[in-house]
Design a binder for this molecule. Structure first.
Ligand code: URA
Length: 185
Protein backbone atom coordinates (compact mmCIF):
# COMPACT_ATOMS: atom_id res chain seq x y z
CA UNK A 1 0.00 0.00 0.00
CA UNK A 2 1.37 3.46 -0.84
CA UNK A 3 2.60 5.23 2.30
CA UNK A 4 3.62 8.84 2.81
CA UNK A 5 6.95 10.24 3.91
CA UNK A 6 6.70 13.99 3.88
CA UNK A 7 9.98 15.68 2.89
CA UNK A 8 11.55 17.39 5.90
CA UNK A 9 9.39 15.63 8.49
CA UNK A 10 12.17 13.37 9.78
CA UNK A 11 14.39 16.42 10.38
CA UNK A 12 11.64 18.62 11.82
CA UNK A 13 12.62 21.10 14.55
CA UNK A 14 9.46 23.24 14.47
CA UNK A 15 9.09 22.83 18.23
CA UNK A 16 11.43 21.52 20.91
CA UNK A 17 9.76 18.08 21.26
CA UNK A 18 12.34 16.56 18.89
CA UNK A 19 15.00 17.14 21.57
CA UNK A 20 13.57 14.50 23.90
CA UNK A 21 12.40 12.08 21.20
CA UNK A 22 14.30 9.11 19.78
CA UNK A 23 12.87 9.86 16.35
CA UNK A 24 10.01 11.54 14.54
CA UNK A 25 7.00 9.23 14.17
CA UNK A 26 5.29 9.85 10.79
CA UNK A 27 1.76 8.79 9.93
CA UNK A 28 1.36 5.22 8.73
CA UNK A 29 -0.91 3.33 6.37
CA UNK A 30 -2.25 3.89 2.92
CA UNK A 31 -2.63 7.36 1.47
CA UNK A 32 -5.43 5.96 -0.72
CA UNK A 33 -7.59 5.51 2.35
CA UNK A 34 -10.83 7.52 2.57
CA UNK A 35 -10.54 7.46 6.33
CA UNK A 36 -7.84 8.91 8.56
CA UNK A 37 -7.46 8.25 12.28
CA UNK A 38 -5.78 10.96 14.34
CA UNK A 39 -4.36 10.26 17.80
CA UNK A 40 -2.53 12.47 20.26
CA UNK A 41 1.18 11.76 20.06
CA UNK A 42 3.68 8.91 20.10
CA UNK A 43 4.21 7.00 23.34
CA UNK A 44 7.31 5.08 24.41
CA UNK A 45 6.94 2.17 21.99
CA UNK A 46 6.00 4.40 19.06
CA UNK A 47 9.06 6.55 19.84
CA UNK A 48 11.28 3.45 19.83
CA UNK A 49 9.82 1.84 16.70
CA UNK A 50 9.12 5.01 14.69
CA UNK A 51 5.52 3.94 13.95
CA UNK A 52 2.25 5.26 15.38
CA UNK A 53 -0.05 3.12 17.50
CA UNK A 54 2.19 0.09 17.96
CA UNK A 55 1.93 -0.02 21.77
CA UNK A 56 -0.96 -1.24 23.95
CA UNK A 57 -3.38 1.44 22.76
CA UNK A 58 -2.52 0.57 19.15
CA UNK A 59 -3.07 -3.11 19.78
CA UNK A 60 -6.49 -2.37 21.21
CA UNK A 61 -7.30 -0.24 18.18
CA UNK A 62 -6.19 -3.11 15.92
CA UNK A 63 -8.59 -5.40 17.81
CA UNK A 64 -11.48 -2.98 17.36
CA UNK A 65 -10.70 -2.73 13.64
CA UNK A 66 -10.45 -6.52 13.36
CA UNK A 67 -13.78 -6.89 15.21
CA UNK A 68 -15.49 -4.84 12.52
CA UNK A 69 -13.66 -6.59 9.69
CA UNK A 70 -11.11 -3.92 8.76
CA UNK A 71 -7.40 -4.53 8.32
CA UNK A 72 -5.18 -1.89 9.89
CA UNK A 73 -3.12 -1.55 6.65
CA UNK A 74 -6.23 -0.25 4.88
CA UNK A 75 -6.43 2.91 6.96
CA UNK A 76 -4.10 5.87 7.46
CA UNK A 77 -3.24 6.70 11.05
CA UNK A 78 -1.31 9.62 12.42
CA UNK A 79 -0.97 11.90 15.44
CA UNK A 80 -1.42 15.58 16.26
CA UNK A 81 2.26 15.72 17.25
CA UNK A 82 4.88 13.54 15.60
CA UNK A 83 7.44 13.52 18.44
CA UNK A 84 6.89 11.93 21.85
CA UNK A 85 6.14 14.49 24.58
CA UNK A 86 8.27 13.92 27.72
CA UNK A 87 6.67 11.33 30.03
CA UNK A 88 3.73 11.07 27.62
CA UNK A 89 2.30 14.37 28.81
CA UNK A 90 -0.42 16.05 26.75
CA UNK A 91 1.15 18.24 24.02
CA UNK A 92 1.16 21.96 24.78
CA UNK A 93 -0.93 24.24 22.51
CA UNK A 94 2.21 25.74 20.97
CA UNK A 95 3.48 22.23 20.12
CA UNK A 96 0.12 21.34 18.57
CA UNK A 97 0.22 24.52 16.55
CA UNK A 98 3.79 23.94 15.35
CA UNK A 99 3.05 20.34 14.35
CA UNK A 100 -0.25 21.25 12.67
CA UNK A 101 1.95 22.07 9.68
CA UNK A 102 2.39 18.30 9.15
CA UNK A 103 -1.13 17.14 9.93
CA UNK A 104 -2.54 19.78 7.60
CA UNK A 105 -0.23 18.51 4.86
CA UNK A 106 -1.30 14.91 5.44
CA UNK A 107 -5.00 15.81 5.30
CA UNK A 108 -4.54 18.01 2.23
CA UNK A 109 -2.75 15.23 0.37
CA UNK A 110 -4.97 12.34 1.41
CA UNK A 111 -8.27 14.27 1.30
CA UNK A 112 -10.19 11.74 3.40
CA UNK A 113 -13.99 11.57 3.51
CA UNK A 114 -13.94 10.83 7.23
CA UNK A 115 -11.51 11.68 10.02
CA UNK A 116 -11.79 9.84 13.33
CA UNK A 117 -10.40 11.95 16.18
CA UNK A 118 -9.14 9.60 18.89
CA UNK A 119 -9.40 11.42 22.19
CA UNK A 120 -9.77 14.99 23.31
CA UNK A 121 -6.39 16.27 22.10
CA UNK A 122 -7.12 15.22 18.52
CA UNK A 123 -10.68 16.54 18.87
CA UNK A 124 -9.38 19.90 20.13
CA UNK A 125 -7.10 20.12 17.09
CA UNK A 126 -10.29 20.35 14.99
CA UNK A 127 -11.84 22.89 17.33
CA UNK A 128 -13.83 20.45 19.49
CA UNK A 129 -14.21 20.99 23.22
CA UNK A 130 -16.19 18.28 24.94
CA UNK A 131 -15.47 14.78 23.71
CA UNK A 132 -17.81 13.16 26.21
CA UNK A 133 -20.74 15.16 24.87
CA UNK A 134 -19.76 15.09 21.18
CA UNK A 135 -18.46 11.51 20.89
CA UNK A 136 -19.97 9.67 17.95
CA UNK A 137 -21.40 12.77 16.30
CA UNK A 138 -20.77 13.48 12.63
CA UNK A 139 -19.30 16.96 12.36
CA UNK A 140 -18.77 18.53 8.96
CA UNK A 141 -15.32 20.18 8.75
CA UNK A 142 -14.23 21.60 5.40
CA UNK A 143 -14.21 18.63 2.99
CA UNK A 144 -14.55 15.80 5.50
CA UNK A 145 -16.75 14.50 8.27
CA UNK A 146 -15.16 14.40 11.70
CA UNK A 147 -16.18 11.69 14.14
CA UNK A 148 -14.70 12.11 17.61
CA UNK A 149 -14.43 9.10 19.88
CA UNK A 150 -12.58 8.09 23.00
CA UNK A 151 -8.87 7.31 22.76
CA UNK A 152 -8.02 3.58 23.05
CA UNK A 153 -5.68 4.47 25.95
CA UNK A 154 -8.77 5.70 27.81
CA UNK A 155 -10.39 2.31 27.21
CA UNK A 156 -7.32 0.62 28.70
CA UNK A 157 -7.70 2.72 31.85
CA UNK A 158 -11.47 2.31 31.97
CA UNK A 159 -12.43 -1.30 31.38
CA UNK A 160 -16.20 -0.80 31.27
CA UNK A 161 -17.50 -2.74 28.29
CA UNK A 162 -20.24 -0.15 27.66
CA UNK A 163 -17.57 2.42 26.81
CA UNK A 164 -15.68 -0.06 24.65
CA UNK A 165 -18.80 -0.76 22.58
CA UNK A 166 -19.49 2.95 22.20
CA UNK A 167 -16.08 3.33 20.58
CA UNK A 168 -16.69 0.28 18.38
CA UNK A 169 -20.03 1.80 17.31
CA UNK A 170 -18.39 5.19 16.54
CA UNK A 171 -15.69 3.59 14.41
CA UNK A 172 -18.22 1.37 12.67
CA UNK A 173 -20.27 4.48 11.86
CA UNK A 174 -17.17 6.07 10.34
CA UNK A 175 -16.62 3.08 8.05
CA UNK A 176 -20.27 2.96 7.07
CA UNK A 177 -20.00 6.56 5.86
CA UNK A 178 -17.22 5.60 3.48
CA UNK A 179 -19.10 2.42 2.56
CA UNK A 180 -16.18 0.21 3.43
CA UNK A 181 -16.96 -2.46 5.96
CA UNK A 182 -15.87 -5.96 5.04
CA UNK A 183 -17.62 -9.01 6.41
CA UNK A 184 -15.63 -12.19 6.73
CA UNK A 185 -18.61 -14.56 6.87
N1 URA B 1 -1.34 7.18 21.52
C1 URA B 1 -1.42 8.09 20.53
O1 URA B 1 -2.18 9.03 20.61
N2 URA B 1 -0.67 7.90 19.47
C2 URA B 1 0.15 6.87 19.33
O2 URA B 1 0.80 6.77 18.31
C3 URA B 1 0.20 5.94 20.37
C4 URA B 1 -0.54 6.11 21.45
Amino acid sequence: MPSLLLPGLKECQRCHLYQGATQVVPGDGTVLSSIVFVGEGPGREEDEQGKPFVGRAGQLLNKILADIGVQRQRIYITNTVKCRPPNNRTPFPKELEACSYWLDKELNLIRPKVVVALGSTAFSYFGGRNITRCRGQQIRIKDFILIPTFHPAYLLRNRRSAIYYKVVADILRAFKIIGDVAYDC
